[in-house]
Design a protein around this ligand. Structure first.
Ligand SMILES: *[C@@H]1O[C@H](CO)[C@@H](O)[C@H](O)[C@H]1NC(C)=O
Ligand SMILES: *[C@@H]1O[C@H](CO)[C@@H](O)[C@H](O)[C@H]1NC(C)=O
Ligand SMILES: *[C@@H]1O[C@H](CO)[C@@H](O)[C@H](O)[C@H]1NC(C)=O
Ligand SMILES: *[C@@H]1O[C@H](CO)[C@@H](O)[C@H](O)[C@H]1NC(C)=O
Ligand SMILES: *[C@@H]1O[C@H](CO)[C@@H](O)[C@H](O)[C@H]1NC(C)=O
Ligand SMILES: *[C@@H]1O[C@H](CO)[C@@H](O)[C@H](O)[C@H]1NC(C)=O
Ligand SMILES: *[C@@H]1O[C@H](CO)[C@@H](O)[C@H](O)[C@H]1NC(C)=O
Ligand SMILES: *[C@@H]1O[C@H](CO)[C@@H](O)[C@H](O)[C@H]1NC(C)=O
Length: 476
């Protein structure tokens, strides 16, 4: 139930802010959860955004606001407790593992709790066991990490030292990490538990993947730091560094952590994502550089073969998904390393077979997702294309042509803000926001204007969404 004050504010904000000419503009995309990304905080705080990124900014603000309506999140919200008995321990169940009760000589149906500890569990790669959602620490962390990133970006668009968006971040970070009652313990001892009689009481190393979105959180926090956000105080920063240091120690010394980073496939790539980002969070820049170099000199070497294919992903049950998934992780590792060490050259770093991230994308672009029954997964390639085009250039226009055909709204996607330069987007649309067209101003002023105008437009949406939520909750 909503607190009365919030209820009142939503009503007020919706009645004050809704202005029809603004609301008809519908170039805000629905939220998409991308597997991972690192957004260079220096690029964001410089605020030199292309004047074609207005729609992307509008999506970002809208995503920040809609995600925030689900928070704050905490591991203590789940309806059960990890085997430790400590409600502040993170927990999830291995998504592809299923009970096989055929060998159990029960005379009646087993309760779920009995199945978890009695029946052996077997792996069916790619087949989600729906009961993994009974505990949803993972879904909460996904939303948390996206909320931190998009709220930080939304905060950065305004020239303020504090805003509703930065205050959201502090609220969410406190609830998930720092609060003495609701904060998560810095370990993943119970992530992706496989259950069953033999292995039911501990997580598996694959569970480390659950927290890959830590990169997004670190992006957001670096933005708040660099913008000298007054909500992100020295005290909360120190507390978060202390938390991250303990978690880094767990990742680097617990066998679940070390096994995950030693994985040859996407699990390893995402594990390096987390470690490299966490080292930035604790201000250990050389440590982050070492992690990045270890990735590119290590498991990356075997990940892309001479045809640009990814031999550890292609044989999986969802090869189109897994190729793009690992691409996202490789791209994120490259971005992190380039940020930590601007003199590094991860994008040109070749594998043993002489290939690069670009070769892996080019190969994946030739794959028909329908061939493996993965038509639903086609969108997973879009942010990878945008990242590669923005980084390596698009001299023959093939990347933009692919996007324009398969995803005509790509310039309204959040990633279009930081995957620049990338052709597309329309300045005219930005000026049309204010009910004017063809206004010509000097470029610098126009950039600032487009951002300011976007705030007017997008500030409509929380009110509208709020009103809809109120209707849903109260039953109008
Ligand atoms: C034993 O329990 C399993 C899991 O609940 C159930 O599928 C099966 O039908 C039960 N067997 C008998 C004989 O009740
Ligand atoms: C996460 O956000 C999605 C909307 O993007 C929502 O459907 C879901 O319920 C949220 N889950 C949690 C745990 O916040
Ligand atoms: C941002 O705010 C500061 C302090 O209020 C002001 O000096 C500066 O001119 C502002 N910058 C822009 C781009 O509006
Ligand atoms: C590259 O990997 C793919 C997928 O495993 C495989 O089909 C192909 O034969 C490999 N190519 C070479 C040259 O090894
Ligand atoms: C996959 O199949 C769907 C439905 O048949 C079709 O609309 C889509 O264009 C196909 N995708 C590709 C990349 O061929
Ligand atoms: C690859 O190396 C070349 C030559 O040093 C450089 O010009 C180019 O910018 C590099 N590519 C990327 C994507 O960094
Ligand atoms: C919209 O444009 C008009 C004319 O250029 C200007 O006077 C007005 O301040 C603008 N509104 C906003 C909200 O920026
Ligand atoms: C948008 O930016 C481009 C590139 O900087 C510039 O050439 C163009 O004049 C700008 N358009 C407007 C309307 O400001």
């Amino acid at each position: 139930m909503l607190p009365p004050t919030l209820f009142f504010l939503l009503l007020v904000s919706s009645s004050v802010l809704i202005q029809p000419f603004e609301f008809v503009r519908a170039d805000v995309l629905p939220f998409t959860n991308y597997p991972n990304d690192f957004v260079d905080p220096d690029y964001i705080v410089a605020r030199k955004f292309a004047n074609t990124t207005g729609d992307a900014q509008a999506s970002i603000i809208s995503w920040a606001d809609s995600l925030s309506s689900y928070g704050p999140w905490s591991v203590t919200q789940k309806p059960m407790v990890a085997p430790s008995g400590n409600k502040q321990d993170y927990m999830s169940w291995a998504p592809y593992w299923w009970p096989d009760c055929s060998s159990i000589k029960n005379t009646t149906e087993l309760t779920p709790e009995q199945i978890w500890v009695t029946c052996p569990y077997v792996n069916r790669d790619g087949q989600f066991n729906p009961d993994r959602l009974t505990i949803n620490d993972i879904g909460a962390f996904f939303n948390l990490s996206d909320a931190i990133l998009y709220n930080a970006l939304a905060f950065s668009f305004q020239n303020e030292s504090s805003s509703v968006h930065s205050r959201n971040i502090v609220k969410f970070m406190n609830a998930w990490f720092l609060d003495s009652e609701t904060g998560m313990n810095p370990n993943l001892n119970y992530a992706q538990m496989t259950r069953g009689p033999g292995n039911g009481q501990l997580g598996s190393h694959t569970g480390v993947l659950d927290l890959k979105g830590f990169v997004k959180i670190v992006s957001g926090i670096l933005i708040l730091r660099k913008r000298k956000c007054t909500d992100w105080t020295a005290e909360i920063d120190a507390q978060m560094i202390a938390w991250a240091q303990k978690y880094i120690t767990w990742l680097e010394t617990n066998q679940l952590g070390t096994d995950e980073c030693a994985s040859a496939n996407n699990h390893g790539s995402f594990c390096f994502n987390q470690l490299a980002a966490l080292k930035l969070l604790v201000n250990d820049i050389p440590g982050s550089v070492t992690v990045g170099n270890n990735f590119f000199q290590g498991i990356y070497q075997e990940q892309i073969n001479s045809t640009g294919d990814q031999p550890f992903e292609a044989p999986r049950t969802h090869p189109y998904h897994y190729r793009n998934y690992n691409l996202a992780a490789m791209i994120t590792n490259a971005r992190l390393l380039k940020y930590a060490d601007p003199t590094s050259d991860p994008w040109n770093h070749t594998t043993k077979a002489g290939t690069t991230i670009k070769d892996a994308l080019d190969m994946t672009m030739t794959v028909d997702p329908n061939a493996s029954g993965e038509g639903y997964a086609v969108a997973e390639i879009f942010p990878n294309i945008a990242a590669v085009a923005a980084t390596y250039g698009d001299p023959d226009g093939k990347y933009v042509a692919f996007l324009a055909k398969a995803f005509p709204e790509y310039a309204s996607d959040a990633t279009f803000l930081w995957d620049q330069p990338l052709k597309g987007g329309s300045v005219a649309e930005v000026t049309a926001t204010n009910g004017t067209t063809g206004s010509s101003t000097v470029a610098g002023a126009s950039k600032r204007t487009s951002v300011a105008l976007r705030h007017v437009v997008v500030s409509v949406f929380p009110g509208v969404i709020g009103a809809i939520l109120v209707v849903a909750v109260v039953g109008w």
